[in-house]
Unconditional design. Structure first.
Length: 532
């Protein structure tokens, strides 16, 4: 009989050879009764500062004999292998997928595995030329609005380093991780509690993924921006490209990413799609020396060769004007760098990433506060584009505060908390560079108050987090899409049948894995329709 056994602890001075014996103890069997122990998941538990340990989930064969282990708690029967997918009839018109980010790529994969080939469009370029465009932004502060950190092969996900940890609980999460493992040739992410591919490996994996789709019959078109949707008899009938060309299909999967602002504006002007504004979160990137974070998280164990660069996850709900406002760390990058992620001239925004070994000397994370429809209204913005207009206002202010050229405005965390003037800054990973600036000028008073209260609380939890060793870099504002393209339970737009809004860009995900899962679910829905 094959079992799974969870919550097996192994201290730093121990090794994995103990897993079989400790699993047997949980099963109530002798060590000799278990075999073929395989690690399913390995998580670092650093909650006990000075005494971190690894916690395992394993799968194994057990010769139960006269005593059958009790299933429950940490013990479960291993799941059966997946059932092979059944092909469905291929439609006369191939589905069109708009956007080659995680949602679009995985939707294409989900369709292909059921025998349905699609046409995949992206306004940006493949990875190799896109690398050069991104490098130019870093080096010269010159933005290509069609090929950058957000637009191109892999979408924003290709340059946010492949963090595959997610709060989404869905059977397809495993498929997403396995797919990245396959195309990145990276077995370790199959067992990591927080799977991470790395910015050095992820672009190549994305290209191999896309090549697989093409080899199996999918068509991929680069530098192909859609101008509008086609409408016929109250349904979506295809897309009209910026070149004037028309591509017809009775099924269009809309997966444009959270920076598809021209599309949002076109849809709002047309009035044919039901759109609704959506809350998101804004704030800064905060950067600290990695050694400081290691010491704060690991204590006396800091420097142990088994320990990876430390990360953190922080959250608070400070009261502002009598109401709680969530503030939390976001997209934490141990051993990483801070990068510019604008898509429009004169607007400043940032993100973070790290290579597979996470060997950079600094750690960074988004430090963001929730904003609501009420916040948009206070600034005079209403309607489906209210969140987008609010984003643009503060991205423009941040760009001007930095002095142009995508130089980021920044100040020490201690200065921000004390309300002091920004002074000279030390080393940073951010390119094109930082300018000491008055970050107090950014965001409404309610957002600033929440950020300051939360940062003070974070410093109590991690002494030194709010010191001058930390630097706030402006701004982090694209944590998720500022609106939602409303869809029904059949994944189709409630106002335009035949259009399938998916992923982060349409308001249904918040990261690589959740976007990929949403793409797979949309593909399955389409296959159900084709099989009917």
């Amino acid at each position: 009989m094959r079992y799974r056994v969870a919550n097996i602890g192994v201290w730093l001075d121990e090794d994995e050879s103990l897993l079989g014996r400790r699993a047997a103890e949980k099963l109530g069997l002798s060590a000799s009764a278990v075999s073929e122990v395989r690690v399913i998941r390995k998580i670092l538990d650093a909650r006990k500062r000075n005494h971190p340990r690894f916690v395992y989930l394993v799968e194994l064969d057990a010769e139960v004999g006269s005593r059958t282990p009790t299933v429950g708690g940490d013990v479960s029967v291993a799941p059966e292998p997946d059932v092979p997918l059944t092909p469905v009839p291929e439609p006369d018109q191939r589905p069109i997928i708009v956007g080659a980010g995680p949602a679009g790529l995985f939707c294409a994969l989900g369709l292909l595995e059921r025998g349905v080939r699609s046409v995949l469009l992206d306004r940006g370029r493949p990875v190799q030329p896109r690398r050069r465009d991104v490098a130019k932004l870093f080096r010269e502060g010159t933005l290509d609005p069609e090929s950058n950190m957000n637009f191109g092969e892999g979408g924003a996900g290709a340059y946010t380093d492949g963090k595959l940890a997610t709060r989404v609980s869905h059977p397809q999460v495993r498929k997403v991780v396995e797919t990245f493992s396959r195309f990145a040739h990276l077995d370790r992410i199959l067992t990591e509690g927080k799977p991470h591919v790395g910015s050095d490996l992820l672009p190549g994996a994305i290209s191999a993924f896309r090549q697989h789709l093409e080899d199996q019959g999918c068509t991929v078109l680069w530098e192909t921006r859609i101008e509008d949707l086609l409408y016929r008899d109250g349904r979506c009938a295809g897309v009209r490209l910026a070149s004037g060309e028309v591509l017809e299909s009775s099924r269009v999967i809309l997966a444009p990413g959270n920076s598809a602002r021209e599309l949002y504006e076109r849809f709002a002007a047309d009035g044919k799609l039901m759109l609704e504004p959506k809350p998101f979160a804004v704030g800064f990137r905060v950067e600290h020396p990695q050694g400081l974070i290691d010491g704060l998280q690991y204590g006396k164990a800091c420097g142990h060769p088994k320990l990876p660069p430390a990360d953190y996850k922080l959250a608070e709900n400070p009261l502002v004007e009598g109401k709680p406002r969530g503030v939390y760390s976001f997209c934490m990058c141990p051993g990483g760098i801070v990068v510019p992620t604008p898509t429009e001239e004169g607007l400043q925004c940032t993100n973070g990433m790290s290579n597979s070994h996470r060997s950079a000397k600094f750690a960074n994370a988004g430090m963001v506060a929730a904003v609501s429809l009420e916040d948009f209204g206070r600034e005079g913005f209403h309607g489906p584009l209210a969140g987008l207009q609010w984003q643009r206002k503060w991205e423009k202010a941040a760009y001007q505060l930095g002095g142009g050229g995508y130089i980021a405005p920044a100040m020490k965390v201690s200065e921000y908390l004390a309300g002091e003037k920004a002074t000279a800054l030390g080393a940073t990973t951010y390119r094109p560079g930082l300018a000491p600036a008055n970050l107090h000028a950014l965001f409404p008073d309610t957002v600033k108050a929440a950020l300051k209260q939360a940062l003070t609380a974070f410093d109590r939890k991690m002494r030194g987090f709010g010191s001058s060793a930390g630097v706030l870099i402006g701004i982090e504002g694209r944590t998720s899409a500022p609106l939602r393209v409303t869809r029904g339970p059949d994944f189709q737009s409630v106002s335009l049948p035949g259009l399938y809004p998916v992923g982060e860009g349409c308001g249904y995900a918040g990261g690589i894995v959740s976007a990929a899962v949403d793409g797979l679910r949309a593909a399955e829905q389409i296959c159900v329709e084709l099989a009917a």
